[in-house]
Design a protein around this ligand. Structure first.
Ligand code: TRP
Length: 431
């Protein structure tokens, strides 16, 4: 049986909270123990530089996140656990990918567009305060994934677009230089809970409503005491629907424990008592981790060693792979005899193209992408790859009109742009 490679990165800008634990750390540690799976987990400290200019915070966050994952049971012998900036091959690959990535593709990144929209709303220049780092974020992330040819990338929904972009980069590179990259897929776990925070909104650092995963027992009790509830008095039945306290409890409890709390709600448990139950339940899981965490934090040199050992293992893959990629693009030793350049390859790069792919929903899709990476057409889902292929053929023979209902609208694209690109492709095929 061939192994499936899972890879995910954690940006080192914050302190892990219960939401990170339930949504990412706990399921990832569990998944890393599955047979037939090879996992790569890394601390995305290059990405952290994009949103954080405080060196002390980057370093502290790297330490805290590494210690949290190890305390939660991540086994660095089983999992390749490393720090992104210890893999210089990632930045080297970033450049190779940059050169095959349409600027138009990056223009469409949600994070970049959000920054532009915010500027527009405030009446500022569109790129005001936008660094090239923010713009290039998806390429660096693509390099993280492709350098290890990961199959599956467990991420939150907000990251799906980045995985699609990594696929596009991989496909463009493969198209130009041969099949070097696996096309990665996002892995979204439907069973993983999104934890509400103290105020009932999603637990997130940006809402300032988090409960740190590792605080002292007393701090944990105090923070849980601050979870928003309604004003129903002791003895009055309580609603589980919309109760942040109930949802957090459920994320830690067994089904039987959850049912017991549901019953207590119906019987009118006092909020203070419910909070005490929640506190005890979380602490039961967290206390053993907390002891390991404190020990690890007290010995940063051990964590450093673990990360360096992980990087060494990772580079056993990355170093020879980048050597192959360099040779593929023509960064070669002159001593090894130069072959005559192929003229046809170069013009191929400047053509629009169709990209077919499968989504997490199991359906098959295609996109029609301009030579500069700009999206021209986006299909809706097809049941089989053959259907998608036939739709592409019809499109090429009869034009966009032949596919009404099977195309999702693409903002800002004119029908004549599509027609011109189809024409260009047809001419290239006949030449
Ligand atoms: N962008 C991801 C996040 O903010 C972190 C990340 C960086 C990542 N590189 C990655 C995730 C590669 C998966 C794969 O959550």
């Amino acid at each position: 049986m061939s192994t499936t490679r899972f890879l995910t990165g954690i940006t080192t800008t914050g302190t892990p909270h219960l939401g990170n634990y339930v949504g990412s750390i706990r399921p990832s540690v569990a998944a890393s123990r599955t047979p037939g799976v090879q996992s790569f987990y890394f601390l995305a400290d290059y990405h952290a530089l994009i949103k954080c200019e405080d060196p002390a915070r980057i370093q502290r966050s790297t330490l805290e996140i590494a210690a949290s994952w190890l305390a939660a049971g991540l086994d660095p012998e089983r999992v390749t656990f490393y720090r992104q900036s210890d893999i210089p091959e990632t930045t080297e690959l970033t450049w190779l990918l940059t050169c095959v990535t349409g600027k138009g593709l990056l223009n469409r990144a949600h994070a970049y567009k959000a920054a532009q929209d915010k500027n527009a709303a405030a009446g500022r220049e569109p790129d005001d305060g936008v660094t090239a780092g923010l713009f290039m974020y998806p390429v660096l992330m693509g390099a993280d994934i492709l350098i290890f040819n990961a199959h599956k990338v467990p991420v939150g929904r907000d990251q799906i677009q980045h995985i699609e972009m990594a696929r596009d980069m991989a496909a463009s590179f493969n198209h130009l230089y041969g099949e070097h990259f696996t096309l990665p897929e996002a892995a979204i776990d439907e069973h993983v809970a999104t934890l509400p925070g103290l105020d009932g909104r999603k637990m997130s650092k940006s809402y300032d409503n988090t409960i740190p995963l590792f605080s002292s027992r007393e701090q944990l009790r105090k923070l849980i005491g601050g979870i928003l509830t309604d004003s129903r008095a002791p003895g009055e039945p309580k609603e589980v629907e919309g109760s942040a306290l109930f949802q957090i409890y459920q994320a830690f409890a067994t089904p039987a424990e959850t049912e017991a709390l549901r019953k207590h709600y119906a019987e009118g448990i006092a909020w203070g008592d419910a909070k005490q139950m929640l506190f005890e339940r979380i602490d039961r899981d967290v206390a053993p981790l907390r002891a390991r965490y404190e020990d690890l934090i007290a010995h940063p040199e051990k964590i450093e060693q673990t990360l360096l050992a992980g990087a060494e293992r990772a580079r056993q893959i990355a170093t020879p792979f980048v050597r192959t990629l360099r040779a593929a693009v023509g960064l070669r030793s002159l001593a090894q005899g130069a072959t005559a350049p192929k003229a046809a390859k170069a013009s191929k790069a400047a053509l629009p193209s169709f990209k077919q792919y499968r989504e997490a929903d199991g359906q098959f899709y295609f996109k029609f992408v301009a030579a500069d990476g700009r999206l021209l057409l986006q299909s809706t889902g097809f049941a089989a790859p053959k259907d998608a292929g036939q739709a592409i053929a019809r499109l090429q023979q009869q034009g966009e009109g032949a596919l009404s209902g099977q195309l999702a609208p693409v903002e800002g694209v004119l029908p004549q742009d599509v027609a011109a690109a189809l024409q260009q492709l047809a001419e290239a095929a006949n030449s």
